[in-house]
Design a binder for this molecule. Structure first.
Ligand SMILES: C[S@@+](CC[C@H](N)C(=O)[O-])C[C@H]1O[C@@H](n2cnc3c(N)ncnc32)[C@H](O)[C@@H]1O
Length: 286
């Protein structure tokens, strides 16, 4: 059992708000297509974090049998609580992807989102291959860290960045330490005997309030965006052990930024700011 991720890398709440922002009602069809979800499948997410992906699958595909494992105890507790709130039955368990507590050849789909970059490939893949059925699909998702051309709302952004640049906190050297180009991952899968190896590259635009069809959706995007920034600020300032004054300053700047963004929306003054992430999806058949 471990709380490493939620205590030192990213709090469970931050992970969850950022995932709810990215994988939402508007773009869920794209995510489900990439994950190749259909009814009646037995699906496992490894490194499921706060459980947002697994919960979305069970909510929209209730006849699927859905499992989620994660090394972090806090994340699994959170995922279980969320699934109870949603009144869905997902099988969550604390476990290591290196030792999966499942039978050989038992899943139609085994997937992960932003896990591959955190451990050596052999450790990542061996057990996933074992628990996949013959003909089952392995889906590996991760974010492309390199390319980015978002247009964030810049009001007070320099002041906010200035506060962040004054905070020093211990870096996690082994987190993200196994990031590699997708061609290398595909070569490795080929060597592991996987077939029909495919690759997708998608830009997920998860925040674009001025081109939303309804004001309600626009407001909810601005609020989720603010919640993500707020959770991040709280986590960073707690880890960095900064003074209460600095923390207050940062939280106040973020609040003012959020209020200004809402004010512009209410005035119908469009600025077309947007945020996105580049998603790499590699799919292979056992
Ligand atoms: C970046 S988070 C992604 C969580 C989730 N997939 C998502 O995108 O919302 C990485 C997750 O992998 C988990 N993790 C790291 N190493 C693991 C391992 N060896 N076995 C299982 N989970 C692991 C962490 O606890 C963390 O929850």
């Amino acid at each position: 059992m471990s709380n490493f991720w939620s205590k030192t890398v990213q709090s469970t709440e931050l992970l969850d708000t950022s995932r709810k922002e990215k994988f939402n009602e508007n773009n869920r069809k794209l995510w489900f297509n990439l994950l190749q979800i259909r009814n009646d499948l037995k699906v496992l997410e490894v490194g499921c974090g706060s459980g947002h992906f697994t919960n979305m699958i069970k909510t929209y595909y209730p006849t699927c049998e859905v499992y989620g494992i994660d090394l972090d105890d806090n994340n699994i507790k959170f995922a279980k609580t969320e699934s109870r709130k949603l009144n869905i039955d997902v099988h969550y368990q604390v476990a290591d992807v290196k030792h999966l507590p499942f039978e050989d050849n038992s899943f139609d789909i085994v997937f992960s989102h932003t896990l591959i970059e955190h451990l050596p490939f052999d450790d990542f893949i061996k057990e996933q291959k074992r628990v996949l059925k013959k003909g089952g699909k392995l889906i590996i998702m991760r974010v492309d860290m390199v390319k980015k051309n978002d247009k964030p709302f810049m009001y007070l952004e320099d002041e906010i960045n200035q506060v962040y640049s004054g905070i020093s906190y211990p870096k996690n050297t082994n987190v993200g330490g196994y990031l590699e180009d997708p061609d290398i991952t595909m070569q490795r899968l080929d060597q592991y005997g996987f077939n029909k190896i495919k690759f997708n590259y998608d830009r997920i635009i998860f925040y674009m309030p001025d081109i939303e069809s309804s004001k309600k959706v626009a407001i909810s995007q601005i609020e989720k965006n603010y919640q993500t920034k707020l959770s991040n600020a709280i986590f960073v300032t707690n880890r960095g052990k900064v003074s209460a004054k600095t923390k207050d300053k940062l939280l106040n700047l973020l609040k003012r930024q959020y209020e200004e963004r809402l004010r512009l929306l209410n005035l119908n003054k469009k600025i077309f700011d947007f945020q996105s992430s580049l998603l790499i999806t590699i799919c292979a058949k056992k």
